[in-house]
Design a protein around this ligand. Sequence first.
Ligand SMILES: NC(=O)c1ccc[n+]([C@@H]2O[C@H](COP(=O)([O-])OP(=O)(O)OC[C@H]3O[C@@H](n4cnc5c(N)ncnc54)[C@H](O)[C@@H]3O)[C@@H](O)[C@H]2O)c1
Length: 417
Amino acid sequence: MSSELVRRSHNNNNTQTDNHTSSAQSNSSSKSRKPMFVTVLSRLPFLLVGIAIATFLFHFLPSPSASIVTDDSLELALPTRRVLLQEKGRVPLGLKTKRQKRIVVTGGAGFVGSHLVDRLMERGDSVIVVDNFFTGRKENVLHHMGNPNFELIRHDVVEPILLEVDQIYHLACPASPVHYKFNPTNVVGTLNMLGLAKRVGARFLLTSTSEVYGDPLQHPQAETYWGNVNPIGVRSCYDEGKRTAETLTMDYHRGTGIEVRIARIFNTYGPRMCLDDGRVVSNFVAQALRKVPLTVYGDGKQTRSFQYVSDLVDGLMRLMEGEHIGPFNLGNPGEFTMLELAQVVQETIDPNAKIEFRPNTEDDPHKRKPDISKAKELLGWQPTVSLREGLPLMVNDFRLRLLTDSKTIGDKAASAA
Ligand SMILES: NC(=O)c1ccc[n+]([C@@H]2O[C@H](COP(=O)([O-])OP(=O)(O)OC[C@H]3O[C@@H](n4cnc5c(N)ncnc54)[C@H](O)[C@@H]3O)[C@@H](O)[C@H]2O)c1
């Protein structure tokens, strides 16, 4: 260090000496101008390169403030949205830009939600799943863990939550009779999510249900039909809950101007359904695989239509991205009696599977079949997967999960012994 200082001071002295000498020479002789001129000439190329670099930087690197306005990346866009949130209490929709969308899927760890999340992630969106795992499973979204575009929040939607998002797919709600009687979250959960949509200016999509038609007096059911619902029955927490959710959605739209979409979903099946949730397709498939009789309630002549989950997800995304509020029926118009469904399950899994009849549950609708003309016309949507094509895909998933379950039980029994 000291030697370095000594060397520098030597250099300074030399420079000073040189300066004195050169100024003395410039006064005395014209010879001294020639080396100076040569020196400037020899440095000219460096000077020109310097000017070129400065010009390039000035023109091609924008200032930080300009990049926030024009850059498409979410990271740079976020400060702008936050500033707007602070200034005006709401942010503009990201829908009309090409920017990556931030989407929350409530109930995203459930059956339908997890398939929707797969498609949104595939599209390159940034997805936040909000789920309390009442009927959903972490395993359904495990394959997205570690992806920076994916977040999973354990949260019950009956409590408010603040998330800065562009779109809200609101699915959180137990959908099967076994579960919804114990956890009627429809009204409060929907109210909270509408509040969130209003606060951050997000577009809100409600997943309503064909149950809003009750035991229908019109067949097939068009969206214009107002339904035939028992307001105080055992299923009312679900069907009346969804009817109230629709009302709230429209009230928020009319009262606060938020953008809303309503889907009325008909029976849907596919991989990742709850194994024992009391829904007819999952019941039959699990029973046939476990080699126990298929339970048919009533005389088995009541009809339902069954939609494969990928068709539904396609319909939900078209609805969210489209211009129309709805409500839209999303379902497969192919109509089957319970007995016909049991036969398809027998053909697919086990021709020797037995059928057992039990008394029907209260308020079970006799007929259910969607009229999907409106979705066809305005969303350009219709289902493409038939029951005979979709069922084997679901059976493979159920078989695997049942095997894993029985292996886990076997392992536990072995380690306990
Ligand atoms: N699958 C169908 O046939 C069908 C038919 C009509 C309507 N729907 C509607 O579609 C949506 C999804 O249905 P699904 O079949 O995937 O059901 P699901 O039970 O598999 O999924 C519902 C998800 O919501 C979560 N959830 C429930 N209550 C919650 C709460 N309070 N807070 C946070 N998360 C909560 C559950 O843990 C689960 O992950 C539901 O709103 C349902 O009413 C489904």
